[in-house]
Design a protein around this ligand. Structure first.
Ligand SMILES: *Cc1c(COP(=O)(O)O)cnc(C)c1O
Length: 394
């Protein structure tokens, strides 16, 4: 998955352009910048790559999620339906928006189960934040149809799924807005960075202002620009954006290598009767950052993760016990351990506000192992890895 494996002269050249001009900011200083607009270039190329009308880059994937929610009108007192298997940033941003995260179960796609989402809708539900985990997709068409039918906004967190698609349509372009991350361990990276894509003109206008204190970006005197609404500073710097420009141009190569490496391992493991694979609504659309598979029981999964590590198969994750990606370790959020009051507290949701029956998710995640697919594996490394995995999993 990580773009950091393939840094090269392309990234260095883009960064050098910025250093040579000395304009590290994405806005203004038109005369001094020698025609280099790295953030704008990244936006243009990302929008083209994803077939979205607009892309806006910002300081992180977390900022992208916060911005997408604000632009979609998610705010004080709203409920947002989200999966218990995600990255903790989504829950944080919902809470910091003054909204209330409502967990709904996942299914064997490892993403939100549309039926569970339908069951979690209340008259306070404003949005569904669907996260496409580990490089592949949710049942996005059904979720989009459900949201449409119920008048709820669909927002996609595709931070882990850049380049993945469902029936040819890129993930991140099904909802009102889609979010991406370019942090250091993502498919492509610029150190720290993120992006929001949308086809909606009005939402785009809010997004680009919101990430820059509400600046309307009209005219050529920054100090005199208007502020149609509140915002904050989620700007990306030109240095980060420059790295992103070079990395995005490598995306297709990254995807091709990942897909080939994953296919080799997955095909090699087929026929082992203790192992079954994550449900992929569109196998061809998988970005192949991870191979996720199920063991028959939780005990076997736990033991297998240990055995894989002992056998020298690195990069295997057991999310069920993970501090950052699964709800079981999120007591700090459930108990609202926060330096300042959070919405569920003030809105009278009560102490057990986050408690829901997530046994269906637990039953899936307890059996799930995900292995990171690396770009650097050569034929020998792949063969060696497969042989070790087969001996552990047989
Ligand atoms: C990485 C990630 C984020 C946050 O992105 P940052 O750039 O690290 O802030 C959000 N959601 C998911 C699913 C992620 O994997």
């Amino acid at each position: 998955m990580p773009g950091f494996e393939i840094f090269g002269d392309e990234e260095r050249r883009e960064v050098q352009d910025v250093l040579d001009s000395g304009v590290l900011m994405r806005y203004g200083f038109d005369g001094a910048r020698n025609g280099h607009w790295k953030a704008m270039t990244l936006e243009k190329e990302l929008a083209e790559r994803l077939g979205a009308r607009h892309a806006h880059v910002c300081s992180s994937g977390t900022a992208a999620v916060a911005t997408a929610m604000a632009a979609c009108g998610v705010g004080a007192g709203d409920e947002v339906i989200v999966a218990p298997f995600t990255f903790v940033a989504d829950i944080e941003m919902i809470l910091l928006a003054g909204a209330v995260p409502v967990f709904a179960d996942i299914d064997e796609t490892l993403c939100l189960n549309p039926e569970a989402v339908a069951g979690a809708i209340t008259d306070r539900t404003k949005a569904v934040l669907v996260v496409h985990m580990c490089g592949s997709m949710a049942r996005i068409e059904r979720l989009a149809a459900l949201c449409e039918e119920r008048g709820i906004t669909l927002i996609e967190d595709a931070a882990q799924a850049l380049g993945a698609h469902y029936q040819g349509k890129p993930l991140g372009t099904f909802g009102k807005a889609g979010c991406f991350s370019f942090d250091y361990v993502k498919t492509i990276t610029c150190g720290e960075g993120g992006a929001i894509v949308t086809d909606d003109e009005d939402i785009y206008e809010v997004i680009q202002a919101y990430t820059d204190h509400g600046h309307d970006h009209v005219g050529s005197d920054r100090g005199a620009e208007g502020h149609p609404h509140v915002g904050t500073n989620y700007r990306i710097s030109e240095l980060n954006a420059a790295v992103g420009v070079a990395q995005l141009r490598k995306l297709d190569r990254v995807l091709a290598i990942q897909r080939a490496n994953k296919t080799f391992i997955k095909d090699g493991l087929s026929g082992l009767n203790r192992v079954s694979f994550r449900d992929l609504p569109d196998r061809d659309g998988d970005s192949a950052t991870f191979l996720s598979f199920f063991m028959p029981t939780e005990d076997e999964a736990r033991q297998t993760v240990k055995d894989l590590a002992t056998a020298g198969v690195d990069g295997c994750f057991y999310w069920y016990d993970n501090n950052w990606h699964y709800h079981r370790a999120w007591d700090h959020l459930k108990q609202m351990k926060s330096p300042a009051a959070l919405a569920p507290d003030r809105l009278g949701y009560g102490e057990n506000w986050a408690e829901r029956d997530l046994s269906a998710s637990d039953a899936i995640m307890g059996r799930t192992i995900s292995m990171l697919i690396k770009l650097s594996w050569d034929e020998a490394a792949l063969a060696d890895r497969l042989e070790k995995m087969r001996s552990v999993l047989a």
